[in-house]
Design a protein around this ligand. Structure first.
Ligand code: SAH
Ligand code: SF4
Ligand code: F3S
Length: 436
């Protein structure tokens, strides 16, 4: 899909240089990965990606549609860009991502300043148009800035077949399509050659991955990725509880590069609510999976997503969620208030939990989880951890990075970006660790 205004005139590049692109992104890791991919595609045809907005000729907005709040944020960003566009002739705005998949050309009518709307899954038409329109200003591929990127996302399966009743993702990302294992491994090899040391294998339902060539699952893919020389760490996101198989847990335990981290969204701690959400597992089976995962992988960090205030959620159902959060003792919980999404099955139900109640439930989960996260982190004081140094604090220049479990750790020593440091935890808060 590519929609553009018929009267769209070429970007007028100021000065004698290649057109420059500003990329703005929101949403999940899939969008981060798509945005990186777009940057490469722009560079390939001769535009300079990743510049600051003031220097840009073209602004690309990579949108999310998972909640109304995300759509509102994108709309306000487009509003800001409309002013940016008026400041100098020849600027242009393109919109892609999940809102483009959801609304398509209607976005051109809604936002008069937008010039292009394209599907990020099929961007060829858009890039062909850009190439044609700006041919005079393009001088072949431009080099991407030599990155010191250590961690990268690698999509392994696109789309989702689950159709949870509240969720728009299957509508905007389509049905599941796994990439061939060989392609994924080749991507990881290329990234490692560029200096990347940690990869996160991505999918909306990553553990339903099936290699279209040989039929292997995520555990097999992880074993193949583990064999890429020079890779230190791998993680994967996001797993569905239904597909968290013993083989997958065994792979996390056995593979040297596989990090001890599992993100397993539960959404609700009440079976009746899970049923209305069409989440195909029950609280008891979820708890058994967590137990099995912890038994298989010592030191495993477990995180989850929760929706509060879903259609018809009673106080009793909500307390069951609180009980689950208290019982499991997650390391991290992402909690969101239910936001009705047009076209989903739940859209036809009444959004009957008042906003004030949703907000109150959200705060109650956050308060509970804060004390749990803090206790879990404090229990690590004195333990040895492995930190991959990712950067230095803006204020004090202290090195920070992530442990294998994904916790942020600040180091009390000098260390360079890219160093793998084994050290001891000396302090902890709910959100981060201090280490020697
Ligand atoms: N595939 C992942 C992530 C989907 S979107 C999964 O299965 O969990 C990320 C999170 O956003 C979800 O886990 C859910 O907690 C939340 N979410 C999705 N749709 C939502 C909606 N309509 N309202 C509020 N939160 C939503
Ligand atoms: Fe959405 Fe459910 Fe698929 Fe996750 S598993 S992307 S919540 S439909
Ligand atoms: Fe949002 Fe699309 Fe991701 S809707 S959460 S950016 S798949």
């Amino acid at each position: 899909m590519l929609e553009s205004r018929p009267a769209r005139r070429p970007i007028v590049v100021s000065g004698d240089r290649a057109p420059r692109v500003h990329l703005w992104q929101q949403g999940c890791q899939m969008n981060t990965s798509d945005t990186a991919q777009l940057a490469e595609q722009f560079a390939e045809i001769g535009l300079v990606p990743g510049v600051a907005l003031v220097d840009a000729d073209l602004a690309v907005v990579v949108t999310c549609a998972v909640r109304q709040h995300a759509e509102d944020k994108a709309a306000s960003r487009i509003g800001e860009l409309a002013r940016w566009k008026r400041e100098r002739g020849g600027r242009a705005i393109a919109v892609t991502g999940c809102m483009a998949a959801e609304h398509g050309p209607a976005l051109l009518a809604r936002f008069p300043a937008v010039d292009y709307v394209f599907d990020v899954r099929e961007p060829d038409g858009f890039f062909a148009r850009i190439r044609d329109l700006y041919a005079g200003a393009l001088e072949g591929p431009v080099p991407l800035p030599a990155g010191d990127q250590l961690c990268a996302y690698v999509p392994v399966i696109h789309g989702c077949n689950e159709m949870c009743t509240y969720c728009i993702v299957p509508f905007v990302r389509g049905r599941e399509r796994s990439r061939p294992q060989g392609d994924v491994v080749a991507d990881v090899g290329r990234l490692v050659a560029r200096g990347v040391r940690e990869v996160t294998l991505l999918g909306q339902n990553v553990n339903s991955y099936v290699d279209p060539d040989a039929g292997g699952g995520l555990a097999d893919l992880m074993a193949a990725v583990d064999r890429v020389p020079g890779l230190w760490r791998q993680r994967f996101l996001t797993s569905h509880p239904r597909n968290a198989s013993p083989r997958l847990l065994a792979a996390i335990a056995a593979l040297p590069t596989a990090c001890e981290q599992l993100h397993l969204p539960v959404q609700s701690g009440s079976d009746s609510c899970l049923r209305r959400m069409k989440r195909e597992y029950r609280v008891a089976t979820y708890l058994r999976t967590i137990e099995a995962a912890r038994a298989a992988v010592p030191g495993l960090a477990v995180s989850t997503d929760i929706i509060v205030g879903f259609c018809g959620e009673t106080e009793v159902e909500f307390s069951a969620t609180l009980d689950l959060v208290a019982g499991v003792g997650f390391d991290v919980v992402h909690v969101q208030a239910y936001s009705p999404r047009p076209g989903t099955a739940a859209w036809r139900r009444a959004d009957d939990v008042p906003l004030a109640v949703k907000r109150d439930r959200l705060q109650r989960i956050l308060r509970l989880q804060r004390s749990i996260s803090e206790a879990r982190n404090r229990a690590l004081i004195g333990a040895e951890v492995e930190v991959l140094v990712e950067g230095h604090g803006a204020d004090d220049g202290r090195p920070y990075g992530r442990t294998r479990q994904g916790r942020v750790a600040w180091l009390d020593r000098s260390a360079s970006v890219g160093e793998l440091v084994r050290t001891t935890v000396t302090g902890a808060s709910a959100w981060q660790l201090l280490a020697a």
